[in-house]
Design a protein around this ligand. Structure first.
Ligand code: GLN
Length: 538
């Protein structure tokens, strides 16, 4: 008998139904009942990880403490559960095949023909159980990316079928997330797409234990009964997931629908106590009752797509609630900040954040935004590329090194104030080769950064190849830029700030990855506080 119980979340009918949020919400409820829970995501695409994907393809690339470049759903898991994920929490088809092929080359299959079943499915099942085997978790929730019926998902669904068979009835649970669309012309909710997707799942030998139905309207009793009858579940196993005002409402919505209770019952686990959501609900209360409003400009290259800056947007939600202020985010395409009148896009803002990014496009617009924020004393927050550009802007306009640049943008710049790290020079492979994951950082006594963190030593997550060039450090500091955080082992500058400005901070790392509901990131909290103050003085 297995000690760890496995819950699988599959999706039907359509993509983008929010499997990640449902998985995270269920995990939150189980955690709040006293269970040790983790979530992992299995993605059917061939890339080894999403690190090489353009944000337009798949949204933000999320980075874990151990330096894995992962799907953005892992960000939701961490934000909901306040528990770190790792490399093991995100697996792609590419990684499965890579590992099977490596084993084949090493002769580990002893001359056998290597096949999807059992070799690929064994590899998938093995990875499904890595976290379970660690002994750290009572329940492991595995989200299967994609939609049932996709060619790409088949080996994963087959592995789920085998897991159910091998682990036994009450040790695995399959939750199928589907869409119940509303047809305006007929004024009716329709169950047929759900019936079909449950049938597709059954054709693969897997029956859904619980249906979670995404819907824009309440599901009537009659409709629940119909779904239950056609889909082989009990009425109480039909869970409604109605569109929520904010994603953080979903755990309470699922609690009301009894998702956690039904799941525990089916897994034959005790209900323990009612979920303790005290902290969660006080966050929601603050989030929904703001005392004032501010507007932050998010200057980036991929602003059309909401998911590109997911963790930054969520960090603002956490920091807004902490400050009891509604944070309106105005997405500003960097290229739209014109040379002639940058203030046109920026004057009404209470704070400016320049986003991370790669490549040259949009950098001149970002530099204009930084200059404006610096000169007008508007709170400024630069993340990764945003920090690098703040250094370039300072070098150009304060040190008068007109052609200062990053060697990423201009290889032969006469003033490479941002340069590629020595150890990055020989790197040829693009995947998984940046400076990644958690690194320590020491904070300068008396700096704003130290005051914000309330600590002298911190650790933050990285994802970049370029760095502040230490050859320019003294010159920058002499002109008033304070390098307030550095890594002791490498001597690399991690934070810059301007002591003459009310709030001007650039960080080489990504603080947004570590902001959670239970623990909003101090830099975001402080930035919003500064923006609130700026707004009040305007
Ligand atoms: N392109 C920059 C670098 O590689 C910044 C990366 C980022 O913003 N994540 O260093």
């Amino acid at each position: 008998m297995a000690d760890t119980k496995y819950i699988f979340v599959t999706g039907g009918v359509s993509s983008s139904l929010g499997k990640g949020i449902i998985a995270a919400s269920l995990a939150k409820l189980l955690q709040a009942r006293g269970y040790k829970v983790t979530i992992q995501k299995f993605d059917p695409y061939i890339n080894i990880d999403p690190g090489t994907l353009n944000p337009y393809e798949h949204g933000e690339c999320y980075v874990t403490e151990d330096g894995a470049e992962t799907d953005l759903d892992l960000g939701h898991y961490e934000r909901f559960l306040n528990v770190n994920t790792s490399q093991a929490n995100n697996v792609t088809t590419g990684r499965i095949y890579q590992s099977v092929i490596q084993k084949e080359r090493r002769g580990e299959y002893l001359g056998k023909t290597v096949q999807i079943i059992p070799h690929i499915t064994n590899e998938i099942k093995d990875r499904m159980q890595i976290l379970g085997r660690s002994g750290n978790f009572d329940i492991v929730i595995t989200e299967i990316g994609g939609t049932v019926g996709d060619i790409e998902s088949f080996p994963f669904i087959e592995a789920v079928r085998q897991m159910k068979w091998e682990q036994g009835e009450h040790n695995t649970l399959i939750i199928h997330l589907t869409l119940v669309p509303y047809l305006a012309a007929a004024k009716e909710l329709k169950t047929k797409p759900t019936q079909h997707s449950v049938k597709t799942l059954m054709e693969a030998g897997v029956s859904a234990d619980i249906l979670v139905c995404r819907t824009e309207h309440e599901l009537s009793d009659e409709l629940r009964e119909k779904l239950a009858l056609f889909c082989n579940v009990k009425k109480e196993e039909v869970i409604q997931s109605i569109d929520a005002e904010v994603i953080y409402d979903v755990p309470n919505n699922m609690l009301e629908e009894g998702l956690d209770r039904v799941a525990l019952k089916k897994l034959e686990l005790p209900q323990k106590h009612a979920p303790n959501l005290k902290h969660w609900n006080s966050f929601l209360k603050r989030l929904k009752n703001p005392k004032s409003e501010i507007t932050i400009g998010l200057v980036g290259k991929y602003v059309e797509l909401q998911d590109s800056y997911k963790s930054i947007l969520e960090a603002f939600v956490h920091a807004g609630a902490e400050n009891e202020v509604k944070v309106n985010i105005q997405s500003i395409k960097a290229e739209s900040i014109s040379k002639a009148e940058p203030e046109k896009r920026l004057a009404a803002l209470d704070g400016i954040l320049v986003a991370p990014g790669f490549g040259e496009r949009g950098t001149e617009g970002k530099l204009r935004a930084i200059k404006y924020a610096r000169e007008q004393n508007i709170p400024f927050f630069g993340i990764c590329l945003g920090m690098q550009l703040a250094v370039i802007e300072f070098a150009r306009n304060v040190l008068h090194l007109q052609e200062a640049n990053s060697t990423e943008m201009r290889k032969n710049t006469p003033y490479p104030v941002i340069d590629i790290m020595e150890e990055q020079k020989a790197v040829e492979d693009m995947g998984g080769t940046m400076r990644l994951g958690a690194w320590n950082c020491n904070l300068l006594s008396g700096s704003l950064a130290e005051a914000i963190y309330g600590n002298k030593k911190i650790s933050e997550r990285h994802r970049h190849r370029y760095e502040l060039n230490n050859q320019y450090k003294k010159q920058l500091e002499d002109a008033g830029l304070c390098c307030s955080g550095y890594n002791e082992e490498t001597n690399l500058v991690e934070i810059i700030e301007l002591p003459t400005h009310p709030w001007f901070i650039g960080v080489q790392y990504h603080p947004e990855y570590k902001s959670t509901v239970d623990s909003p990131h101090p830099l975001f909290v402080s930035f919003i506080k500064a923006a609130k103050k700026y707004a009040a003085q305007k």
